[in-house]
Design a protein around this ligand. Structure first.
Ligand code: ATP
Ligand code: MG
Length: 252
C-alpha cells in the first residue's frame, strides 16, 4: 500500500548539482559540462539525449563516479562522491551502481552464468539466488548459461551485460549507448529489457543515447546541448524527441 507521503515524495537515485567538467587547460580546454543540475528519480527510466559532443557520456561518467567533476557535486542517494577516497568510491561503484556499455565488456573465458555473477563473486558474496534466477529469465538466457560470450550473438551478449549490471540489485544502472553496437531488432530487445527491469522489478536506469527510438523507451528524457541541460520531456515518443533534437540543430 502507498501512503500519501510516499506517493508525493520521489526518491532521488542519483543527481549532480552545479556540475562543471573541464578537460585540459589553457587554449585547448574543453568545457564538457557547463553547470548542469539534474536528478534521476529512483524507480524510473531516464534517457540522456543530445548531439555528439554535448556532454552525455561525461555527465554519465561523473554521475556514476567513473570520472570526477571540476566543480559541483555528484550524489548517489545521499552520498556525495567527491567526499569518498578511492577505495570507498570503488566499493560504492561495485555495490550500488551497475554499468552497461556499448562494447559489452564480457569476460571471454567465463560462461554466461559466471559473467552475470562476476561482480557478486568479486564482492565475496553470492548475492540473492532467487533474484539471479529471476534475472536470467527476464533476459531470456536460461538455455545459454553455460556458453561463452563468443558463442552468443551481439544482442545476447548485451543481454548478459544487462543481467550482470542488475545482479547485485544496485541503486542505479547507468548505460552508455547500450544499443550502439546492435541491429535494430536486438536493440529493441535490450531496450525492452531495461524498461521491464524498471517497471516490473522496480529498478532505476539512466541511459545515454542519441537514438530517438531508444529514448522513447524511457519515462523521461533530459536533453543536453553544449554541456548544458536544455530541456526535459516526460512520456517521450520517438517523433517528439526527434522534433526536439531538430530544433537544437537549427539553433546551433
Ligand atoms: N578525455 C577527454 N579529454 C578531452 N576532451 C574530452 C574528453 N572526453 C570528452 N571530451 C570532450 O568533451 C566534450 C563532451 O564529450 P562527451 O564524450 O561527453 O560527448 P557525448 O555527448 O557523449 O558525445 P557522443 O554522442 O559523440 O558520444 C566533447 O567536446 C569531447 O571532445
Ligand atoms: Mg558519448
Amino acid at each position: 500500500m502507498t501512503t500519501a507521503t510516499e506517493a508525493t515524495s520521489v526518491r532521488t537515485a542519483a543527481r549532480v548539482v552545479g556540475a562543471v567538467k573541464v578537460y585540459g587547460s589553457g587554449d585547448t580546454a574543453v568545457r564538457a559540462l557547463d553547470g548542469v543540475d539534474v536528478d534521476f528519480a529512483a524507480g524510473r527510466f531516464t534517457a540522456i539525449m543530445g548531439p555528439s559532443g554535448s556532454g552525455k557520456s561525461t555527465l554519465m561518467h561523473c554521475a556514476a563516479g567513473l570520472d570526477t567533476l571540476t566543480s559541483g557535486a555528484a550524489y548517489i542517494g545521499d552520498t556525495e562522491l567527491g567526499s569518498l577516497d578511492d577505495r570507498r568510491l570503488t566499493l560504492l561503484r561495485r555495490d550500488r551502481i551497475g554499468f552497461v556499455f556499448q562494447a559489452f565488456n564480457l569476460v571471454p573465458t567465463l560462461t554466461v552464468a559466471e559473467n552475470i555473477t562476476l561482480p557478486l563473486d568479486l564482492a565475496g558474496g553470492g548475492g540473492d539466488p532467487e533474484w539471479i534466477e529471476a534475472l536470467v529469465d527476464v533476459v531470456g538466457l536460461r538455455d545459454r548459461l553455460h556458453h561463452r560470450p563468443s558463442e552468443l550473438s551481439g544482442g545476447q551478449q548485451q543481454r548478459v551485460a544487462v543481467a550482470r549490471a542488475f545482479a547485485g540489485r544496485p541503486d542505479v544502472v547507468f548505460a552508455d549507448e547500450p544499443t550502439g553496437n546492435l541491429d535494430s531488432r536486438s536493440g529493441q530487445e535490450v531496450l525492452g529489457l531495461l524498461g521491464r527491469a524498471v517497471r516490473q522489478m522496480n529498478r532505476t536506469v539512466v541511459m545515454v543515447t542519441h537514438d530517438p527510438v531508444a529514448a522513447a523507451h524511457a519515462d523521461e528524457v533530459v536533453f543536453l546541448a553544449d554541456g548544458r541541460l536544455v530541456d526535459r520531456m516526460e512520456a517521450p515518443t520517438a517523433d517528439l524527441v526527434l522534433d526536439r533534437m531538430k530544433a537544437f540543430e537549427v539553433r546551433s
